[in-house]
Each structure stands twice: as structure tokens, then as C-alpha cells.
Design a protein around this ligand. Structure first.
Ligand code: IVH
Length: 670
């Protein structure tokens, strides 16, 4: 085959592969078998290898072609990616509808779409070719993730334009999601590798998109739905319904549950219908987006600084499910607190399978009167650990006996002691369950950050007697590890290497990793910057500790008490022989120095954990109740009663976006 013949054949093959990709991934109606498809794809790959100069970026063989980046470039959006006003309150929906009717006269029509729970993105096409893709960022500027978007099979690298040529410029907005089954598989894999699983499919989608190496993103099962045209050249689109049709025509995946409506009652009916289907959908949705259909009318009503006035997210109530308590098992955490855990008949809840829920402490179990065998309602709100909300009465059923905390530690047999509502094993570092928890904490991301040392591995190390005390970690040899389940030569060598590398540690990471009561990321940072050496922290008196901003009398006693304990002292001495402790470098800009912040409602940009870590890294503190000392209340969607408390006390209130803007305005690079 000569070059000219190859060129022709390549063109044919690309068109065929693209067509079958579209049918398979977007329409879910494949026309040919996998073998036929593979043959076409291989022929194309081979021809492109023989004639590399004929390879083009829009070829279906070039989805995973980028090289790792150092950082994401900033990309300005074609039009702002606004966020939606939202509520789960019907009254708020009615007011939204009334306002529009007043502004526009009686006849309004809406397009209703499922509110997809993923990460918002912009995709830009020039002359029909995907040239740029970015995350939402602050709504005006996002991060350039073009190579990562290219790896998503449903994202067209080039627009379909059956008969008409595609527009010369097109910017669209959509949502990158991870389907529930794919999410579960991903998390299982992460857990096996000793990595932290994602809290929900939304975080998994957002986290996977923000990988500097497109190879990593390519291995993540992402999907896309497109729902908005931000800007288009030479196309007369007048309604959202037309927009959705045009998007589908160009080859974008458009959600098939979209609907048209005219009244609030229509919206309510659709909302109920979707809510009922929610558990059977392959992906997470968290409400209904109500959009004015007429695009000219949208212009007329305009937008506030944050939300368009023409759209509204009518959210679902938090996910609740009914299941049965199979057993109540006392579980010993890293601090020795014994928590009664309800083992549940597995149930799907907000995109994840829930099989256990914390019952907190013995008083909580007694108050809710939860016993083995009971039917209970469980809920997951945002990223929070599942909770048992209540027991459902089952008249006539014989119930099991009340749950009682054991007298001895289920892990080491030491008699348990009561501290307030909590039950505690006093055997600290010697108790295997606590030791495993402490190892996991010691190795966690913000502490020594030892890759591959998660919960499962920590338990294995302790259970097999390879680590009897924390410092033993640094004596581990690969040949000991290969005897453990799930370890091979390579993984064993990798873990040992990871542990050795972590032995050069910054002081604040060590302080955090020791698991001193009350010492989180912010306090560990403050202590490290103030005392500058582990010896100085260890020998500090409670009075000296209290001179550190943010350390109160109770905390200073706890810290000093931890270091005074003879067993801890011996352990730290041993540990220090294995470590090189480095001074903590001057931490970011402490723009929130000492400011107390209360979070309420569902955050969309950050998980609770991320928000807390961010605030603490900037010197602020997250507290749970609003008082006159609260610096800011940061509210997400469906804020709780704290919102009212803050209003009453006159505490400054910021939405999540406003809060992030405030930090940016102070020079924080987020
Ligand atoms: S339209 C200005 N439609 O919900 C209107 N958003 O703040 C722009 N979302 O981050 C949004 N499904 O990413 C729209 N069908 C849908 C959506 C949707 C999910 C997300 C969007 C945004 C959030 C609302």
C-alpha cells in the first residue's frame, strides 16, 4: 500500500471506528461484534504506525496520548460556568416559578433534567475538533485538563456532522461522572493497594480528572453527559430543548431522562418519578434541574452574581434506606475508644454499598435502643459516615437482648474503663487493635505519607506479629513481607522502600502521626513552628504549650500528659533512633490565623475533610457550634440550624464559593 492509498484507508477506518465508538459508548446500541471492531482498530493502529506523519490528534487511536504535566494550565472559560440556586423545599421552587411568571407573563415552559452528581467541565471545539477542556475552577477560570477529557470514550474528539458542517466554534458544558459499579470497582482496587478510597462517585470523578498523568485518568472509568451550550458560532438555537437536540446531533452524550414541563406540578411529578428511579440508575443524581426553555427569556431574567435566575436545582432529600442490623460489634479505634458498630445487611445508599454504621457509644445505642436483628433506617448525608437514624417498630416481633459493652477489650483482653459516655481500652500502644490503628494513622497522607500502608496492611503486620511496636516498622524486611497474604516481591520491596523514605520526616508530620490526643493538622503545625524540635515539644510544660496560639489549657494538659507517660517516652526514644526529623518549613500564609470557622450544609467544591484540612493548613480552626467567637459561617446547600444561629449572632456568612474567593483574594493558590 502506498501513502496515498494508506491515506484513503485511514480516513475510512477512522470514520468506521468513530461511528462504532459512538454507537457503543454513547448510544449503547453496538452494530458490530467486538472482534469486528478490534480488527478495524488494529488495522488503523498499524497503518498509523507505518505512516506516522498521517497520525492526527483527532484519531480514535489517540485518546491516551498525552505526557504527564507538571501542573495544569489556567484556562479561561468561553462564558462563566455559574452554579445553581438549590433547595429541597417545595416552597422555594414555587417562589422560583412565581418570580419567572411575573417577569415573563403567564406562559413559561421548562426543561427538566436530572442533576448529575459529578464534576462540571467545559469542552471547546474549533472547526469541529476538541481543542480544550477545563474544570469549572472558580467559574471563570478553570484548570486545563484537555488530555484527561480525551481519555473519556464518550467525549467526542471531533463533532459528528452528518450532513451540515459543524460550527466553527463551540463551547459546551457538561458533567463528568463515574457510574456506581465502576466506582465500587475502583474503590476496591484502591483499598487493595492500601490507598484511601474515594468517599463518593463525585469525588472519584473530580479526583480522577485532576490527575497530571493522563494515563492514570485513562485507567479510571469516567463518563460524560453534556447539557449546555456556552457559546456557539453561527447556529440559531432558541430553546434548551433545541440545544439538547443539537448536542446529541453533534455526537455528545445527552441524558435521556430529560423532559419538558409547564407547571410546578409537572416538576413535582418528575421529581417524584426520578426519586423513585434513583436507586436503579447506574449513576448518582441528587435532584432535578429546572431550566427555562426559551433562551431569549433567559436573557431577559438574567442572573445574580452567582446564579442564573432562569434555572433552579430542586434537590432530593438526603438518602435514607431501610435495612437490618445483623450484629452489633464493639470495635477498638486507634485512640482506644471502643465503638459499637452496627453490621448491616448491605444496602445501596447514595451510590455506595453500606454494610456498617457507627453507633457512636453505649449511651447512643441505649437512647436509640438498637439491638441485633432490628430493622433500622440508615442515612448518608454528603461525605459523612453512614448513620443509623432510627429503629423501625415491628410489632409482634421478638427482639434480641439489649446490647452491652464488653468488660474486656475485644482485641487484647484488658479490662475496659468508662470515660464519660465513652468506653476505652487503656492498653494504648500495646493493644493490637490500637496499634494497627496507630500504624495506619502514622502512615496516613498528612502524617508520614507511606504509600501502601493502609488499614488492611496495618492489620496484617500486627496480626502476624511483624510489628509489635511502632518503631518495628522501620526494621521490616522484604522477605518478611512476602510471607503475608497479598504481598509479592515487588510490593514488599516497594513498601519497605516507602517506609525508609518516610523516615526523613518533617516535625509537624511526626507530631500528627504520633496520634497525640487533640493534636490535628493545625495544632501539629503550630507546635512544630513554635518549638522547632521534637525535644523541645516533648519537654514543654503545660504553661509553655499554652503560649502557642490555639492551644488551650485542656489541650496543653493532654499533650504534656502524652509525653510524660513513661511508655510513650520509651517508644518515642526508640522511634527517634530510626528517624531524621526535619524542621517544618514556614507553612503557607496563615491567612486564617486563629479564626474559627463553622461549616454547614453540603459543600460542592470540597469534601468536608478537604475543607477542614485547607482551613487548618491556613492556620484556621473548624468548630462545630456557632458562637460570638465564630469568624465565619461557611454554608453549602441545605444549611442546617447553624445558619439561623449565625444570622441571630451576626456572624459573617459566606457561601462556599465566596469563601474560596476570599481565600484567593488573600493570595491562597486554590
Ligand atoms: S446547568 C447555570 N444542568 O450542578 C446553569 N447543571 O451548581 C448551569 N449539574 O456544578 C448548570 N447536572 O455541574 C446543569 N443537568 C444539569 C446538571 C448540572 C448537574 C451540576 C453543575 C453545577 C451544579 C449546580
Amino acid at each position: 500500500m502506498n501513502r496515498t492509498q494508506a491515506e484513503g484507508r485511514i480516513r475510512e477506518l477512522r470514520a468506521a471506528v468513530r461511528h462504532h465508538d459512538y454507537l457503543y459508548y454513547v448510544k449503547d446500541t453496538p452494530e458490530v461484534s467486538d472482534e469486528v471492531y478490534d480488527r478495524l482498530f488494529h488495522e488503523l493502529t498499524e497503518l498509523e504506525e507505518r505512516f506516522p506523519d498521517l497520525r492526527t490528534p483527532d484519531s480514535p487511536t489517540q485518546r491516551v496520548a498525552g505526557t504527564p504535566l507538571d501542573r495544569f494550565p489556567a484556562v479561561e472559560h468561553a462564558a462563566p460556568l455559574l452554579s445553581l440556586d438549590s433547595s429541597q423545599d417545595v416552597g422555594v421552587l414555587r417562589r422560583f416559578d412565581e418570580r419567572l411568571r411575573k417577569a415573563l407573563g403567564a406562559a413559561v415552559s421548562y426543561v427538566l433534567e436530572p442533576k448529575l452528581d459529578g464534576a462540571s467541565v467545559e469542552l471547546v471545539y474549533e472547526q469541529g475538533m476538541l481543542v480544550r477542556a477545563s474544570t469549572r475552577g472558580d467559574g471563570r477560570t478553570g484548570e486545563g485538563i484537555t488530555e484527561n477529557i480525551r481519555t473519556i470514550r464518550t467525549a467526542p474528539l471531533r463533532l459528528r456532522g452528518d450532513s451540515t458542517p459543524p460550527p466553527s466554534f463551540l463551547a459546551v458544558r457538561g458533567e463528568v461522572i463515574m457510574r456506581a459499579a465502576a466506582f465500587e470497582r475502583l474503590n476496591e482496587g484502591l483499598l487493595e493497594q492500601g490507598k484511601e478510597p474515594f468517599a463518593n462517585p463525585r469525588n472519584a470523578a473530580a479526583g480522577s480528572l485532576r490527575q497530571l498523568d493522563p494515563q492514570v485518568t485513562a485507567a479510571r472509568p469516567l463518563d460524560l453527559y453534556v447539557y449546555d451550550v456556552l457559546e456557539v458560532e453561527d447556529e440559531a438555537l432558541t430553546t434548551q430543548w433545541m440545544v439538547l437536540q443539537a448536542l446529541a446531533h453533534w455526537g455528545f452524550p445527552v441524558n435521556d431522562l430529560v423532559h419538558r414541563a409547564h407547571t410546578v406540578d409537572d416538576v413535582l411529578a418528575y421529581h417524584d418519578e426520578l426519586a423513585a428511579q434513583r436507586d436503579d440508575l447506574a449513576y448518582e443524581i441528587d435532584g432535578v434541574v429546572v431550566k427555562l426553555d426559551d433562551l431569549a427569556a433567559r436573557e431577559e431574567v438574567g442572573e445574580t452574581s452567582r446564579h442564573p435566575r432562569w434555572a433552579f436545582a430542586f434537590k432530593f432529600a438526603p438518602r435514607k434506606e431501610v435495612t437490618r442490623v445483623l450484629a452489633i460489634v464493639p470495635s477498638v479505634g486507634r485512640t482506644g475508644v471502643v465503638t459499637p458498630v452496627a453490621m448491616l445487611r448491605p444496602v445501596e445508599l447514595a451510590g455506595v454499598t453500606v454494610s456498617r454504621a457507627s453507633l457512636h457509644n453505649r449511651e447512643e445505642v441505649a437512647r436509640k435502643d438498637i439491638r441485633e436483628g432490628d430493622r433500622v433506617r440508615v442515612q448518608r448525608a454528603g461525605d459523612v459516615i453512614p448513620q443509623v437514624v432510627e429503629r423501625l417498630a415491628e410489632p409482634g416481633r421478638r427482639r434480641a437482648r439489649r446490647f452491652h459493652m464488653p468488660d474486656a477489650c475485644p482485641s487484647c483482653g484488658t479490662p475496659l474503663v468508662e470515660r464519660g459516655p465513652f468506653t476505652v481500652c487503656p492498653n494504648s500502644f500495646e493493644c493490637p487493635a490500637q496499634l494497627a490503628g496507630r500504624i495506619q494513622h502514622f502512615a496516613s497522607r498528612d502524617a508520614l505519607d507511606i504509600e501502601g500502608l493502609g488499614e488492611e496492611t496495618a492489620k496484617l503486620l500486627v496480626g502476624n506479629g511483624l510489628v509489635r511496636q511502632l518503631p518495628d516498622l522501620f526494621d521490616l524486611q522484604p522477605d518478611q513481607l512476602v510471607t503475608l497474604e497479598g504481598f509479592a516481591d515487588k510490593s514488599a520491596a516497594k513498601l519497605v522502600h516507602g517506609i525508609q523514605r518516610a523516615s526523613a520526616v518533617e516535625l509537624h508530620r511526626l507530631l500528627l502521626g504520633l496520634g497525640i490526643p487533640e493534636v490535628g493538622l493545625a495544632v501539629a503545625n503550630d507546635l512544630a513552628r513554635h518549638f522547632r524540635s521534637i525535644e523541645a515539644v516533648r519537654s514543654a510544660t503545660p504553661e509553655q504549650l499554652e503560649t502557642v496560639p490555639g492551644v488551650g489549657p485542656k489541650m496543653s494538659e493532654q499533650i504534656a500528659g502524652f509525653f510524660r507517660n513513661a511508655r510513650h517516652a520509651e517508644l518515642i526514644d526508640r522511634l527517634l533512633k530510626k528517624l531524621t526529623v526535619r524542621e517544618t518549613p514556614g507553612v503557607a500564609i496563615p491567612v486564617l490565623d486563629g479564626i474559627k470557622i463553622v461549616l454547614t450544609g453540603g459543600l460542592e467544591r470540597l469534601s468536608r475533610r478537604e475543607a477542614k484540612a485547607l482551613i487548618e493548613s491556613l492556620g484556621g480552626r473548624v468548630t462545630s457550634t456557632v458562637s460570638a467567637e465564630t469568624g465565619y459561617l461557611v454554608h453549602g446547600t441545605n444549611p442546617g440550624s447553624k445558619y439561623g444561629d449565625a444570622e441571630t449572632l451576626g456572624v459573617p456568612m459566606l457561601s462556599e464559593v465566596e469563601f474560596l474567593d476570599l481565600l484567593r483574594s488573600k493570595g491562597v493558590g486554590i
